[in-house]
Every structure is written in C-alpha cells, then in structure tokens.
Design a protein around this ligand. Structure first.
Ligand code: ZN
Length: 176
C-alpha cells in the first residue's frame, strides 16, 4: 500500500473523524511530525502534521485531498546535516534528501473548509514528504548515491518491503 497512490476522500463522516483522531494519536506517540493515511493502512488522500517552526509558531492540522505547489528542488548534493529526513515507515533511519525550499499546501479540513498554508524550510519538507506518501512514494525511493544502496541493504537485512509489516508507535519505540 505504501507504494500505491491513495484515492481522494469523498465521504466526510464520523468514520473519517475517528481516523483523523487515531492518526493524531499515532503521530504523537511515534513521535513524528507528520503521518499519512496509507502509513496506517488506509489508502485515502489525507495526512496529519505537527511542527513548531523557528518562530515558535505551531503548525498542527489535517490536510484532506491536498494539492502541493513547490519551488524547484535545488541542484547539488543533499547536506548530511541540513537535509536529513526520516520516516515512520522506514523507522530508525535517517538519510539526507534535497527538497524544495518553499511549498504551498492547499487542502480541506474535516468540515470541508478549504485552507492554504505557504511553507518554507522544514514545514515545506514535511508537506512534501507527506504528500509523497499519498502518491505511493517514500523518501527512501528518492535517495541518490550512496544512500539508495544502503536503503536496499537495510530493506533486505530486515526483511522489509513485503505487505503486512507493521509496528506500533508508543509500544515498539522504533523512533524515540
Ligand atoms: Zn514518511
């Protein structure tokens, strides 16, 4: 499922509300700065996010049926300190990946209210990472040399990449 595109949300009911509540709980327990529905086995286009930026401004919410507009990804190598990224669906690892510096997120809330967030730096990175999940792309799929090879090795060694593998944030402690 992590490598399949998710489908748009069409039914805004209590079931969706419960899913979003569960996703916030899972994201906080992991702990993570974002969580996309396919990561919890639901192939729908939504993700939650939770991040406090450098100006102490908190960004917490759910983006349903999002669109993401990004600036061009800068050329050159990813920086081992500045560009380091991780994913709850590839737990316990971090790899550097170049991302667009700025992004504009457009989505709707649980009440189907449209909203827009212009994002820079880390928040823009989080949006790009979570949006990728909705299109069946993991950040490890985007890595270049030599990280892609390392990912392959880890995947094989831990017998990942097969359907049905799960871990439980708050219980398994793979990310904290
Ligand atoms: Zn992820």
């Amino acid at each position: 499922m992590l490598h399949s595109p998710a489908t748009p949300v069409v039914t805004f009911d209590t079931e969706l509300r419960t899913l979003v509540e569960d996703m916030f709980e899972t994201m906080d327990a992991a702990p993570g700065v974002g969580l996309a529905a396919p990561q919890v086995g639901i192939p729908l286009r939504l993700f939650t996010f939770n991040y406090t930026d450098d100006n102490d401004q908190p960004w917490r919410g759910v983006a349903i049926n999002p669109e993401l507009w990004i600036t061009p990804v800068p050329a050159g190598h990813a920086d081992e300190d500045e560009d380091i990224e991780g994913c709850l669906s590839f737990p316990g690892e971090r790899f550097p990946l170049r991302r667009a510096e700025s992004a504009v997120l457009r989505a709707v809330t649980l009440d189907q209210q449209p909203f827009e967030i212009p994002a820079h730096g880390w928040l823009a990175r989080i949006f790009q990472h979570e949006f990728d999940h909705l299109n069946g792309t993991l950040y490890v799929d985007r890595l270049g040399h030599p990280y892609a090879k390392e990912v392959k090795k880890i995947t094989k060694k831990r017998s990942w990449g097969v359907p049905g593998l799960t871990w439980m944030p708050g219980v398994d402690h793979l990310e904290d």
